[in-house]
Design a protein around this ligand. Sequence first.
Ligand code: PMP
Length: 350
Amino acid sequence: MSRFLSKQYEKLTPYTPGEQPRERAYIKLNTNESPYPPSPGVVAIKKEQLEDLRLYSDPEAHGLRRALAQQYGVNPENVHVGNGSDEVLNFAFMAYATDGRGAAFADITYGFYPVFAQLNDIPVSIIPLREDFSLCPEDYFSLHQTIVIANPNAPTGLALRLEQVEEILLSNPDSVVIIDEAYVDFGAQSCVPLTKRYDNLLVVQTFSKSRSMAGARLGFAIGHADLIADLERIRFSTNPYNVNRLTLALGETALQEQSYYDENCKRIIATREACKARFHQMGFVFPDSKANFLFVKKEGANGKLLYEELKRKGVLVRHFEAPRLSDYNRITIGTPQQMEVLFQCLEEIL
Ligand code: PMP
């Protein structure tokens, strides 16, 4: 920290991303990326597209917003695009929680929410999940704060049903409810249809997981046109060219090839369910994940040691050093072959 840093950032604890090691090749099951490459059209990027990089990207992202609107059955004015959903989420925290209203989210959820709150000087209410990591909708009734829920949640993978989200929306008509659907394509119910009936609902999604484009950085939000206008106001006050030209184009191409991604999701879901059975046989316990990861622990095994032993054997998983979490490891669902290696390593270790 330099002596010049503004006081307000001195106490900021930045988010710690999962390891992206370069020293050796790992089977990488630690950051919930897709094990499959992007679709054929995305991979076949053209020289002309690269040459066009001399031009700024479309600040209105017309093409991509139109394509997303079509895919999700809304209008382009209901769609905002961002440089990864992390940026979209930060804009939403800025837009809906900075005037003293504050934000409410679970004690165990995506680790970036408390960072966005701290960054923007937002007071928070931390709402504990139940013992079994389930989220109780009643805990979120009439809060008068901006509510942020990852659905499915991370790192547990547990998902709320649409009716449960609807109860939260109905009891909070004067607060924005942000539903972070980063993992929704792996088997949970999307709240996008509810955006037509609730003007306080903002649904945030990403191309990083089910669409294999984590490195392209593309996220989006769907909601009432007025909510989207708020996010656009912040975007145009920060970086109107937030999504680069290539990513805008590749995002559109990806949407034209949605069936490829649907197939990948089916494969990942099948692998996940097979892994659940295998973990179960080995005596692991885990919440019933609807995401592309499993959050597992084994009675008597030390979570941190297991992570370290796996890493030594070349398999990288995610361990969180935090109360209620340190016995567990979050393991991304890879290809069946990668998971086979994981299970072989686990059997050797245990
Ligand atoms: N929300 C959740 C719940 C996540 O786990 C992640 C990925 N770390 C994100 C949002 C952000 O993803 P991205 O910025 O790559 O879209």
